[in-house]
Design a protein around this ligand. Structure first.
Ligand code: FDA
Length: 311
């Protein structure tokens, strides 16, 4: 209940231009900027630095060049060029070749063909440089089209890509079976957007129960699934199921977000599990940042302390 109210509240705030311009001005300013807890930086160099540090501690990374909902072909092309440039920088820097992106960043709202062309450019660059490219899942109006674009690329022979399913959507159990059948790699998450009750479970208990059901489907019948959560109960359920079935830690991975539950990230590594950190960076960090606040109201206190300390 609290989480639903909090998501609604932050969803409304996320639309505020005044707040956005205030946050954009101060959030990443200096090393103490209040958004830095969740965002690695605004530029590629800062992202590469964060990636190197994470890898040095034995964890894996995926880099996300933040951006979403672009409304012109020019912006979508610019995002595509930025991604191919990022891949070159990552390859030269010797960091792990793994990125995450969103289809609305590549022009899905402009038109599907533009988005598919842009995605193909990135996947081709990825094939040449041996990158894995994860297509993040956005809010429910994009679920079907995202899976559909993903399947189109899969049918065209691209295997250096995977997608994401959200346990708050009842449809995701069926989608997990669909992805297992393809042999595609899925990242399982609870879901970060404010969704209506017509399409999504609203209670934590239902979302968690679905998460466990889908986790089992993916571990038992999927291809190298990524179980992406900071929830100790979900982590424990995954570990128990995997060990009961004799599924070795080499056959799946856990994933967590940059700056969240670093203690658990380190513990899992120490216990012999694979843990990938999702490292977001870039100038368009405001919507991502607001989703992180919406997940945990306590984060607001942290931000306010950051702002008071900063100015
Ligand atoms: P839950 O929200 O129940 O939180 C469990 C515990 O984790 C909390 O008690 C707290 O300790 C900690 N925690 C969680 N969120 C926190 C926060 N913001 N700040 C501080 N502590 C926090 N979603 C989506 O819709 N599409 C996507 O493509 C992705 N991609 C993605 C990649 C990766 C690697 C991760 C880890 C997550 C995503 N998500 C996502 C986000 C996901 O849907 C979900 O909103 C968050 O992971 C929070 O859910 P938890 O599973 O952590 O559980």
């Amino acid at each position: 209940m609290l989480q639903t109210v909090s998501r609604t509240f932050f969803h409304v705030l996320a639309g505020s231009q005044v707040l956005k311009s205030f946050a954009s001005r101060y959030g990443m300013r200096g090393q103490g900027g209040f958004a830095r807890r969740f965002i690695a930086g605004e530029g590629v160099e800062e992202a590469l630095l964060a990636a190197r540090q994470i890898q040095a501690s034995g964890l894996h990374i995926t880099l996300d060049l933040l951006g979403e909902s672009v409304s012109s072909t020019a912006e979508a092309s610019a995002a595509t060029r930025s991604y191919t440039g990022l891949m070159e920088s990552m390859a030269s820097a010797g960091v792990e070749r793994n990125i995450s992106l969103k289809l609305t960043q590549l022009g899905l709202n402009v038109d599907r063909a533009t988005c598919v062309d842009n995605l193909r450019r990135i996947l081709d660059a990825g094939v040449a440089r041996e990158f894995f490219i994860r297509i993040d899942m956005e809010n429910s109006p994009y679920t079907e089209v995202t899976l559909d674009v993903f399947e189109t690329m899969w049918q065209q022979g691209y295997r250096n890509t995977g997608t994401v399913l959200q346990s708050y959507l009842p449809r995701s159990e069926g989608d997990a079976a669909r992805m297992n059948e393809l042999g595609a790699r899925v990242r399982l998450v609870k879901g970060a957007y404010k969704e209506p009750k017509e399409v999504a479970y609203q209670s934590k208990a239902e979302v968690d129960a679905a998460f466990v059901r889908i986790m089992k489907l993916l571990l038992a019948g999927g291809t190298f699934p990524a179980i992406a959560t900071h929830d100790p109960a979900m982590l424990a359920a995954t570990r128990t199921f995997a060990s009961g079935r004799g599924i070795m830690p080499a056959n799946y991975e856990f994933q967590m977000l940059y700056g969240i539950r670093r203690d658990l990230q380190a513990d899992l590594k120490t216990e012999g599990f694979q843990l990938r950190v999702y490292v977001p960076f870039g100038r368009e960090w405001f919507p991502y940042f607001m989703r992180r606040l919406g997940e945990r109201p306590a984060n607001v206190g942290f931000v306010i302390r950051g702002i008071l300390g900063e100015r």
